[in-house]
Design a protein around this ligand. Structure first.
Ligand SMILES: [Zn+2]
Length: 260
């Protein structure tokens, strides 16, 4: 990923997405006004942060990439597999219980928020479509990556082989200790757990979200996958981590928009 800086606000971009066709960014926790434990660029009102601070943070977030917040499509994410294909009528309407968004419309920013779960971005340069997904272990194993690719196929006639995917900062295998339930669910979802979830001692397991999402995307037919391999729990200086901060923290934003 490439680190960009817009005034006080840093954000990351994937190298494989052409800037002239796709506006996008994965933001950090830096450059906002929220106080600890939400310091500082928390975008979510689902955590008990000061609402005025969140509104100011959102203003800064949109201003950093030069889009109007009122033009964005946002979600309430539930670790599920619902994907919404959205258009201009969905602007400024929060999509309830939705973990995937796709659009073929230019100038329609898709926005999601994260703290350990994986931001997945998709771009089809042939059909002119973008997508975003919120993929934690639960959503990943339930098939959110396959669902968002399928929605791009169904709604826009995309060929999975044309789609470029990118996996953003998320809790990595260095820090993601899980129980035997996740190990069993990994086998149920993928038919194997090799390289995705392995025994870590003391009856605990290690889950590799980055690899699991990449595997899910490749099984859906996506051939081009860029990975950040940046761990949110190792890097609480830059990102929010639900796990590393014991559940009381903010959410950093990610935005993707097709340009005209
Ligand atoms: Zn880590």
């Amino acid at each position: 990923m490439i680190r960009q800086q817009a005034g006080e606000i840093p954000y990351y971009q994937f190298e494989s997405f052409p800037a002239e066709r796709v506006l996008h960014g994965v933001f950090t926790r830096l450059g906002g006004v929220s106080r600890p434990p939400f310091a500082s660029l928390n975008l979510s009102v689902s955590v008990p942060d000061d609402r005025h601070a969140v509104m100011e943070n959102r203003r800064r977030f949109y201003a950093a990439v030069g889009v109007a917040g009122s033009a964005a499509v946002r979600t309430v994410q539930v670790h599920g597999t619902r994907v919404a294909a959205v258009g201009p009528d969905d602007v400024d309407v929060v999509q309830q219980a939705t973990d995937g968004l796709v659009t073929g419309h230019p100038n329609l920013p898709l926005v999601m928020a994260f703290a350990d779960c994986t931001p997945v971005f998709l771009y089809d340069p042939v059909r002119g479509a973008v997508g975003a997904a919120h993929a934690g272990w639960r959503g990943t194993l339930a098939g959110i990556c396959q669902a968002v690719v399928q929605e791009m196929v169904d709604s826009f006639g995309c060929r999975p082989a044309d789609i470029q995917a990118a996996i953003g900062p998320a809790i990595g295998p260095c820090c993601y200790d899980v129980g035997p339930d996740v190990a069993a669910a990994t086998v149920a979802a993928f038919g194997e757990s090799e390289g995705l979830c392995w025994a870590g001692g003391d009856g605990r397991y290690v889950f590799d979200q980055w690899a699991a999402n990449e595997t899910a995307l490749r099984r859906a037919g996506v051939e081009q996958v860029e990975r950040a391999d940046l761990c949110t729990a190792c890097r609480v200086d830059e990102f929010y981590s639900h796990r590393a901060e014991n559940g009381l923290t903010g959410r950093f934003g990610a935005i993707i928009m097709l340009r005209e």
